[in-house]
Design a protein around this ligand. Structure first.
Ligand code: FAD
Length: 502
């Protein structure tokens, strides 16, 4: 067999590096591309990033990964969504579920029907019309039934996993599929004198590794995309000023919640991510409003379980690489950009970049069109996540600290302002056709943070209010009944990992 057309060199062996290597080795024929991954144990991986989105299941499925084995290997738990505390006002709580609310009727979204009768106490809160919200509150979980009735498949789920275990799990799989791993420290790159493309990377022991396509998964340092190619960085800190985190694992006590928590604090917010063997904790904050010592005290004061390690400080600059695919180098993972982990989007953004790289994989050396298309799509992904994150801050009524007053009066991106205005007036959205986040997610956060539309869809008035109320109450009862019959998350999880893991 001849040489493959592309020699893909992945620099970095964190979650991004091994997701990229495993996916390319699985999807791209070896006649078209070989894959080599270089990583340095001396540097290590970032090792935070434990909450994910439902899309990860598809990624694993495409790699042929057995779900129970993956969950056992990464000490993962099931995740039905995120509980937000203290965001609209202190004392508030709402849930962003992975699933839809109610049922659509004659092409009109459910929330319009609810909105018409929202004042009626028997109709109750919007959240009571969601299976995953009610299941999470009751600590219940079971897999959605793909062929079951509407309520049984009205939700999806993600995982909370040990971030240090997913990359090694993928490494075993990727190496079995032909990926060559090199332990080494990259110190330099050689570029083509005319095109400027990267031709090779140089290791500290003098070895030189040639490639035709380079994937920069080197983390925040952006070794190839920035240090070598100076792609530039679009900084979004004026909209998302949190630029620090302090992370600390603790023991897990009590029942394992099937959800992540994001608890707003005086100068940022705190995560709680339950795994099988421990709890992930962290505080995200802005260095403009809080220093590292205060952040550490705030975290230590809030975590009641015994600590398993000393708190670790992390720094980041919110934004994205201006061109994630520049010359013959694609930046995936933290090297491509970072948006704070409020909605657990980083691993999703890795997945989106890997899937788009595979969909746009160059068949020959002339791939400028593929590169442009990739960059446009990734821009869209990042921008949409950015807007959704900013929503959590600007849709607040908190004014108890300088941080919250700043966030509350922030001028949001135009794209977000337009969405908020339209929703507040009519309850409508300009629906995204793909990507993150779709209508139920926006509804959860907007209604959860007290943005209630002034009007509802006029078609709702065609239904008699008495009949509508009866239908809503029946639906609510069916949801309660469905949730009651679900098993406890803890019980289901342990049985699933013990009995089903290959
Ligand atoms: P890294 O893990 O930093 O890996 C970089 C790799 O590059 C390493 O293997 C290193 O050895 C290698 N390397 C670097 N320089 C060299 C060199 N010179 N030579 C050779 N090798 C080199 N994501 C989520 O999806 N959910 C979350 O809940 C979440 N929470 C987060 C919380 C915080 C505070 C932060 C900062 C991030 C969080 N993330 C989260 C993001 C998530 O951690 C990352 O997206 C993910 O771990 C991918 O990291 P990476 O592989 O890009 O980089």
């Amino acid at each position: 067999m001849g040489q493959p057309r592309h020699k893909v060199v992945v620099v970095g062996g964190g979650t991004a590096g091994w997701m990229t290597a495993a996916a390319i080795a699985t999807a791209i024929p070896s006649s078209l591309a070989s894959v080599t991954l270089i990583e340095s144990e001396a540097i290590g991986i970032i090792g935070v990033g434990e909450a994910t989105l439902p899309h990860l299941k598809r990624f694993n499925d495409n790699l042929g990964i057995d779900e129970a084995s993956f969950m056992k290997a990464t000490s993962a738990t099931f995740k039905l969504g995120i509980e937000f505390r203290n965001w609209g006002q202190q004392g508030d709580a709402y849930f962003h579920p992975f699933g839809d609310y109610g049922v659509e009727n004659h092409g009109v979204d459910f929330h319009h029907f609810w909105r018409r009768l929202a004042h009626d106490p028997e109709v109750g809160a919007f959240s009571t019309y969601s299976v995953p919200v009610m299941a999470a509150a009751a600590g219940k979980f079971k897999h959605p039934e793909t062929n079951g009735e509407r309520l049984a498949n009205s939700y999806g789920y993600a995982y909370q996993l040990d971030a240090t275990r997913y990359a090694p799990f993928l490494r075993t799989l990727a190496e079995a599929r032909g990926v060559t791993r090199i332990e080494g420290f990259v110190v330099d790159t050689r570029r083509h004198s005319e095109t400027g493309d990267i031709m090779s990377v140089v290791l500290d022991d003098g070895r030189e590794l040639e490639g035709t396509l380079f994937v920069d998964c080197s983390g925040f340092r952006g070794l190839l995309i920035e240090q070598a190619l100076q792609s530039g960085y679009t900084n979004w800190q004026h909209w998302l000023p949190c630029d620090r985190a302090v992370a600390m694992p603790s023991e897990a006590r009590g029942a394992t919640a099937p959800y992540t928590q994001a608890i707003a604090e005086a100068n940022g917010w705190r995560w709680r991510i339950p795994l099988q063997h421990r709890m992930g904790n962290g505080l995200v904050y802005s260095s403009q409003f809080m220093d590292a010592d205060d952040a550490t005290s705030c975290l230590l004061g809030a975590v009641s379980e015994p600590e398993l390690a000393t708190p670790r400080q992390l720094r980041f600059t919110t934004g994205k690489r201006t061109r994630m695919w520049h010359h013959n180098c694609v930046a995936i993972g933290l090297s491509g950009g970072f948006l704070e982990p409020l909605e657990s989007t980083s691993i999703y953004l890795i997945q989106a970049a890997v899937e788009q790289l595979i969909a746009h994989f160059p068949l020959d050396d002339d791939y400028a069109a593929e590169r442009e298309s990739f960059n446009t799509l990734l821009d869209l992904e990042f921008t949409r996540v950015r807007d959704f994150l900013v929503l959590h801050y600007v849709a607040t009524e908190r004014d108890d600290t300088e941080f919250w007053r700043y966030m509350r009066h922030l001028d949001p991106p135009d794209s977000l302002r337009e969405r908020m205005d339209l929703f507040c007036r009519s309850g409508h959205f300009n629906e995204y056709q793909q990507g993150l986040f779709l209508r139920p997610s926006w509804l959860a956060v907007m209604l959860g943070q007290r943005l209630v539309p002034e009007h509802y869809d006029v078609r709702v008035d065609a239904i008699d209010p008495g009949q509508l109320k009866q239908r809503l109450c029946e639906l609510k009862a069916r949801i309660q009944n469905a949730v009651q019959q679900m098993p406890d998350h803890d019980h289901y999880l342990r049985a699933f990992c013990q009995e089903r893991a290959a």
